[in-house]
Design a protein. Structure first.
Length: 260
């Protein structure tokens, strides 16, 4: 399976990725207030990872379901939500062929998880499946990397670090330029965690993971062509009043889709 081994370490993932969670959840709530069903309460987190949004939104009063292909991530979300006595359901599922049932007011797929859909066919099928899980007028929010400069395609590196308790996690996100296939628009990227704990330092190399380059215009065409969603807006930051444009262009594009 095309899986990074860092996803077998949910506790380190939870520390390394905690930085912007509150702002991202604020954005989800702002989208619900602006466009969502009037009494939105049921949310679906696709590729939920260690559950940073799932758990925060459950704390804010939503009923949240998280799905992820990694059993370790799912077990972690189940344990954390049980400890906090929160109304969360988490299960193993694959975004390329989701098997869960139910009806949700909004779904979201954050932090580049959407780019695991490698072909137009996978993207279209995924959009149709998600639309089938949404209530009328339901929202689907996506957030994935786009190149801020074209000469950086398949060539970006990002790094940051986060500390919680006595543990520091340094996250390195790398793209492997030699792996770029311009025909399929896919390339390998990789996550590396360097973890510093009282017991010592360890490095966890996730290994190359095949991902898709998805450009803004192309994404719009795929959403329109799916026949099930309208693309309401795109943003370069988690801020509804800031559109995705040359001024705000960043390394990520956040999109608000609404079920037709
Ligand atoms: C970069 S993490 C993002 C996690 C979370 N959305 C966040 O914002 O922190 C990507 C997650 O997608 C999951 N994933 C990878 N391939 C998947 C697939 N085919 N179906 C469902 N989840 C997948 C990984 O296990 C991992 O937890």
């Amino acid at each position: 399976m095309n899986q990074s081994t860092v996803y077998r370490h949910p506790r380190y993932y939870a520390i390394g990725y905690r930085w912007n969670t509150g702002v991202e959840c604020d954005f989800i709530e702002a989208c619900l207030s602006a466009h969502g069903p009037s009494t939105a309460s049921r949310l679906l987190d696709i590729g939920c990872g260690a559950g940073r949004h799932t758990i925060e939104l459950a704390r804010r009063g939503y009923r949240v379901t998280g799905v992820d292909v990694s059993p370790e991530m799912v077990a972690f979300v189940q344990e954390e939500s049980k400890k906090a006595n929160l109304p969360v359901t988490a299960s193993v599922d694959d975004l390329r062929c989701l098997s869960l049932r139910g009806t949700y007011d909004a779904a979201f797929c954050f932090m580049d998880t959407f780019r695991f859909l490698l072909t137009n066919e996978e993207i279209t099928a995924h959009l149709r499946t998600v639309a089938g899980l949404l209530a009328p007028g339901g929202l689907y929010l996506t957030d994935f990397w786009v190149p801020a400069q074209w000469d950086k395609i398949g060539n970006e590196i990002h790094q940051w670090e986060q500390t919680e308790g006595g543990t520091t996690v340094r996250v390195f996100y790398l793209q492997h330029p030699e792996s770029v296939d311009p025909v399929s628009q896919t390339f390998d990227d990789e996550l590396v965690f360097v973890v510093e704990e009282p017991g010592g330092i360890r490095e966890i190399r996730g290994g190359p993971t095949r991902t898709r380059l998805l450009l803004p215009q192309e994404f719009g065409a795929l959403v329109g062509g799916s026949g099930v969603f309208s693309l309401r807006s795109t943003h370069g930051e988690f801020d509804l009043v800031k559109p995705f444009d040359r001024a705000t262009l960043s390394w990520r594009m956040i999109s608000v889709l609404q079920k037709r």
